[in-house]
Design a protein around this ligand. Structure first.
Ligand code: ADE
Ligand code: ZN
Length: 344
């Protein structure tokens, strides 16, 4: 199939986004305008200079710049503007449901109250739902380069806002910070009824994915690229239909893979794993969700059926209620499923 018709399908097919850091949607223009408004100095002369500086050799080089960028977010209005911009962009790309990560410790460590962050994000979510119909959930991530005591303190701080987010996650520097470091806080979060996810096997080994499953009891794995190193793990993911939220352009920019033709998404799909495609930190990695679908389709020669499978997987793997999930799956089946060739 021609790439123009694949592009058309990608642009128009309803989809959910399940791996998106709201702080990673801070576009250079908004970064600059918030820095000016909040009198935060930046080490760049212009938004163009910012874009030119976004080249990374690994996850840590990116994280250093990403945390520096987040320092312009001070007020409720800033979190509102950030979230609003992403939700409008997602809506343009036919994202009908999104499950967004936020990193409270990045903000509370700078003296920003937890409530300021969540009120701003929630205002944008409610407004976008009313205006655009887009639904969203929030997942609060713990920063794994910090200790577990800090994560536990963050969970306790978040409890007055527990109805605003439905899950907890684990992100930041993976190497040297295994899931086992956070087993108690994940147990506490599970006991409170939260869904759980964790970044694993992005730069870290397949063993970190096993740990996230065995010790954190996660409901999804974020990234999970290194699962291909372990046939036992791939079987486990397939049998449990435990989803991977993969992010191809992120993997390319952070040099997890030197070329997208090496990306394991298609191999894993062929082995029955529930693979989804997402944008991670689109302002830093050069594309929102549709650009990620398109880059993967071009590199791995995905066809229309593969795209429909990926969009279907995004709903299957979501934390939507079963009725809504099935409604979206039915819509996809009606619009993009195999056509009945019987003309009688
Ligand atoms: N925080 C934001 N993006 C991340 C990524 N790709 N991996 C780990 N932590 C992150
Ligand atoms: Zn991520």
């Amino acid at each position: 199939m021609e790439s123009s018709s694949i592009r058309h399908i990608i642009q128009n097919i309803p989809k959910a986004e399940l791996h998106l850091h709201i702080e990673g949607t801070l576009e250079p223009d908004l970064l600059f305008s918030l820095a000016a408004k909040n009198k935060v100095s930046l080490p760049y002369s212009s938004p163009e200079a910012v874009k030119a500086a976004y080249t990374f050799n690994n996850l840590q080089e990116f994280l250093d710049i990403y945390y520096a960028g987040a320092s312009v977010l001070l007020h409720e209005e800033d979190f509102y503007l950030l979230t609003r911009a992403y939700l409008h962009k997602a809506h343009e790309q036919k994202v009908v449901h999104t499950e967004m990560f936020f990193d409270p410790q990045t903000h509370t460590s700078r003296g920003i109250p937890f409530g300021t962050v969540i009120r701003g994000i929630n205002r944008a979510r409610e407004e976008a739902h009313a205006e655009l119909g887009i639904t969203s959930h929030l997942i609060m991530c713990f920063l794994r380069h910090l200790d577990e005591a800090s994560a536990i303190k963050t969970l306790q701080q978040a409890l007055p806002w527990k109805d605003s987010f439905l899950g907890v996650g684990l992100d930041s520097s993976e190497k040297g910070n295994p899931p086992s470091k956070f087993r108690h806080v994940f147990e506490m979060a599970k006991a409170k009824g939260f869904m759980t996810v964790a970044h694993a096997g992005e730069e870290g080994p397949a063993g970190y994915i096993d740990e996230a499953l065995d010790l954190l009891n996660v409901d999804r794995i974020d990234h999970g690229n290194r699962s291909v190193d372990s046939p036992e793990l791939v079987s486990r993911l397939r049998e449990r239909q435990l989803a991977l939220t993969m992010c191809p352009l992120s993997n390319l920019k952070l040099k997890v893979h030197t070329d997208l033709s090496q990306h394991p998404a298609k191999r894993l799909m062929e082995q029955g794993v529930l693979v989804t495609v997402n944008s991670d930190d689109p302002a830093y990695f050069g594309g929102y969700v549709n650009e990620n679908y398109m880059a993967l389709a071009e590199a791995l020669h995905l066809n229309a059926t593969d795209i429909a499978t990926l969009a279907g997987n995004s709903f299957k793997a979501s934390f939507l209620d079963p009725i809504t999930k099935n409604q979206w799956l039915q819509t996809l089946h009606d619009q993009y499923g195999p056509k009945d060739t019987n003309t009688q």
